[in-house]
Design a protein around this ligand. Structure first.
Ligand SMILES: CC(C)(COP(=O)(O)OP(=O)(O)OC[C@H]1O[C@@H](n2cnc3c(N)ncnc32)[C@H](O)[C@@H]1OP(=O)(O)O)[C@@H](O)C(=O)NCCC(=O)NCCS
Length: 181
């Protein structure tokens, strides 16, 4: 699957109709502890679509294929990419890689002074992040904003995070190198 056969772009008002589909996919993926993705509320996803803070992907026939959004922390010192999900029938076509590339471009445009990071247990996402120039770091190197860590509440591994006093968990934290942005 090449970029030419897909439409990968910043989501806009017209994409509001995909909110339920995206939320359903995220929440279904979150029910499998192997994925390490948290459930998300409908209002949050809709807000990310309407505010130009997300990337959406469609197949050449216009079928929704994937999504990922941004969230800023500590007054923009950090930006996280969150909620990456690819539609069941569109996995392993390289769409997650293309969405994450678009996320990096969006951050460069909107938040050029921020540090981009993500937390993941997914080997696919670790591979993608490494290719993009992210490096694995300790949790101390990413945001200390308590709201970020509270957003892990719906993850099945949250008790582990709490028992480690928010210093470690099953997810690997990865930071995009700011000098490359
Ligand atoms: C994880 C997920 C986003 C990957 O999306 P995808 O579009 O299938 O990934 P890509 O096709 O872009 O693959 C990227 C790389 O990961 C590899 N990969 C894909 N799925 C993989 C898997 N299940 N296990 C290991 N590696 C995998 C691919 O081979 C590719 O590597 P390559 O470039 O060396 O060939 C998708 O499976 C998904 O939506 N999962 C449920 C939600 C989730 O777990 N999100 C991640 C939250 S951090």
């Amino acid at each position: 699957m090449s970029e030419n056969e897909l439409c990968i772009r910043v989501a806009c008002t017209l994409d509001k109709c995909y909110t339920d589909t995206i939320v359903d996919h995220i929440n279904k993926a979150a029910s499998d502890p192997a994925n390490g993705i948290c459930k998300r509320k409908r209002e949050l996803i809709e807000d990310k679509i309407l505010s130009g803070e997300s990337i959406i992907a469609f197949s050449d026939s216009g079928e929704w294929a994937g999504f990922c959004y941004l969230h800023t922390w500590e007054n923009g010192m950090f930006v996280s990419s969150c909620g990456l999900v690819i539609a069941d029938g569109w996995r392993s076509y390289g769409i997650a890689q293309l969405i994450k590339e678009a996320i990096v471009e969006l951050v460069k445009n909107k938040y050029p002074d921020s540090r981009l990071f993500g937390l993941t247990t997914s080997s696919a996402v670790m591979k993608i992040n490494s290719k993009l120039g992210y490096n694995p770091v300790t949790y101390a190197a990413v945001t200390i904003d308590p709201e970020f860590w509270q957003s892990c509440k719906t993850c099945s591994n949250f008790p582990i995070l709490q028992s480690k006093e928010y210093k470690n968990c099953l997810c690997t934290a990865m930071l995009y190198q700011p000098n490359k942005m």
